[in-house]
Ligand binder design. Structure first.
Ligand code: HEM
Length: 165
């Protein structure tokens, strides 16, 4: 699928909008989103970023569950992630979760490439325009998870760097 990736630039404001609810509905609601995300994580375990994630099966299952809930809510579905984010705005909370990991541009590209494969498997029946809108959110938002840069420096995105359109 022709879903482009543009380079992260340290400290540069990132514009994005949350994915449309129409994508969530087209993928098959809660169940469909769960299938997409479980497939994504199966692929993550075959990827170059597998070592970032828990190797313990039960812990891995927890990550899959929480990840599915986040995407259900961020796409406008039921607020099933609300209790996890402790009242914080969902995207802001998600940026802070990633501060605990040392993530560089190559890791981000691998994450996005893995998601692109999962989308190709699971979203064949979904309108390409909706897939693109979902992708635009991922491609932009993922820039805010990168905190290690090629010059060896670290930078943790401030929420003020975020520009929600
Ligand atoms: C659009 C970009 C991304 C989104 C929306 C996203 C979303 C998520 C979500 C929802 C979780 C589970 C949070 C929870 O525990 O409640 C998570 C965990 C995690 N993500 Fe991401 N992620 C993104 C990019 C990345 C990238 C680029 C990496 C690179 C390695 C990454 C690595 C991780 C790791 C290591 C965890 C934690 C696993 C654990 O709990 O041990 N994520 N992410």
């Amino acid at each position: 699928m022709d879903l482009p990736i543009t380079a992260v630039e340290k400290g540069k404001p990132v514009h994005f909008k949350n994915p449309p609810k129409a994508f969530y509905e087209a993928i098959g609601g809660e169940e469909g989103m769960k299938e997409l995300m479980y497939n994504f994580y199966d692929k993550i375990y075959e990827s170059k970023i597998a070592h970032f994630f828990p190797q313990d099966e039960e812990e891995f299952e927890e990550v899959k569950k929480k990840n599915s809930k986040f995407f259900i809510q961020i796409c406008g579905g039921p607020k099933v992630y609300e209790n996890e984010s402790k009242g914080m705005e969902l995207n802001e909370y998600m940026i802070r979760i990633h501060d605990d990991f040392s993530i560089n541009e190559n890791n981000r590209i691998e994450w996005l490439g893995t998601m692109r494969e999962a989308l190709a498997d699971k979203a064949q029946h979904v309108d390409i325009g909706l897939i693109r809108e979902f992708w635009e959110y991922l491609e932009a938002f993922s820039k805010l998870t990168v905190n290690n840069f090629a010059d060896g420096s670290t930078y943790y995105a401030a929420y003020t760097q975020v520009k929600e359109d």
